[in-house]
Design a protein around this ligand. Structure first.
Ligand SMILES: Cc1cc2nc3c(=O)[nH]c(=O)nc-3n(C[C@H](O)[C@H](O)[C@H](O)COP(=O)(O)OP(=O)(O)OC[C@H]3O[C@@H](n4cnc5c(N)ncnc54)[C@H](O)[C@@H]3O)c2cc1C
Length: 222
């Protein structure tokens, strides 16, 4: 199978980096094809504006979604964005590896979505949710937190993690047609021992061996 891993962490010795490399090695060893997007290494520009395009529909008034639909028709995305779109179109499974920042993804990853998930190319024209352009593909969020697991339960002081991830699961991934797998979460890696971190990496490795047999979660229902 074909897997795209989108990775957003600025430190190459972080727990996120370890999870990213673990996933690449495990999936390749299992015979899968893997492509990656290492956003900080690429110094990906998260700012979405006219620079997304080599084409112009309306030079007087910038309306991003209309420019995206136009660019889809005339092959008018800049090569860097087109390459990212091709990776998403190519994969059977997309994994995002990131630290939870402000109950969400780091801005560099949100900016990647803002620019890559373009109207016309990735959604629109009636193609959303069940009829989404990426129907048949799966997505998995793999993340770390600063807080403990207890903080992210329904009665925990932060509230439950799945609700927090709903804008990503429902608003981006399912919206464009992906089926969503249970997220992989390492809670507070800086608070646990090295042995516990090794155990978390080993759990991630085991899960990935059989990830394509997993049943997606029903995000809309919680
Ligand atoms: C802007 C911002 C917003 C944030 N918002 C939130 C929030 O909303 N909610 C929240 O809970 N937290 C939040 N945090 C905290 C953040 O989520 C955590 O700091 C982060 O998830 C921890 O993951 P890490 O990869 O950075 O861990 P690191 O601190 O890099 O890693 C933890 C430890 O793992 C070790 N390690 C690395 N590789 C290995 C390996 N192979 N084996 C064993 N150990 C290893 C590292 O040496 C390190 O000691 C925020 C942080 C920032 C900067």
């Amino acid at each position: 199978m074909k897997i795209l891993i989108v990775y957003a962490h600025p430190e190459s010795k972080s727990m996120n980096a370890a999870m990213f490399h673990e996933a690449i090695e495990t999936l390749k060893a299992a015979g899968h094809e893997v492509q990656t997007t290492d956003l900080y290494a690429m110094q990906f520009n998260p700012v979405s504006d006219r620079h997304n395009f080599t084409s112009t529909l309306d030079p007087e008034f910038f309306k991003q979604q209309l420019e995206e639909v136009h660019a889809t028709k005339v092959n008018g995305f800049i090569p860097g964005l087109d390459a990212e779109q091709q990776k998403v179109e190519w994969c059977d499974l997309m994994i995002w590896q990131f630290p939870l920042w402000w109950f969400s993804v780091p801005a560099i990853l949100k900016g990647w979505v803002d620019r890559v998930f373009a109207m016309g190319r990735t959604y629109g024209g009636g193609h959303i949710y069940e009829t989404g352009i990426f129907s048949g593909k799966k997505a998995l969020l793999s993340l770390t937190t600063g807080g403990k697991e207890a903080d992210y339960l329904k009665n925990g002081f932060n509230g439950d993690l799945l609700s927090m991830l709903k804008p990503l699961h429902r608003g981006i991934l399912q919206f464009t047609g992906f089926s969503v797998l249970q997220p992989q979460v390492v809670y507070g890696p800086a608070r646990i021992s090295s042995a516990e971190r090794e155990e978390a990496l080993s759990g991630w490795r085991s899960r990935l061996q059989d990830v394509f047999s997993e049943t997606p979660i029903e995000v809309g229902t919680y």
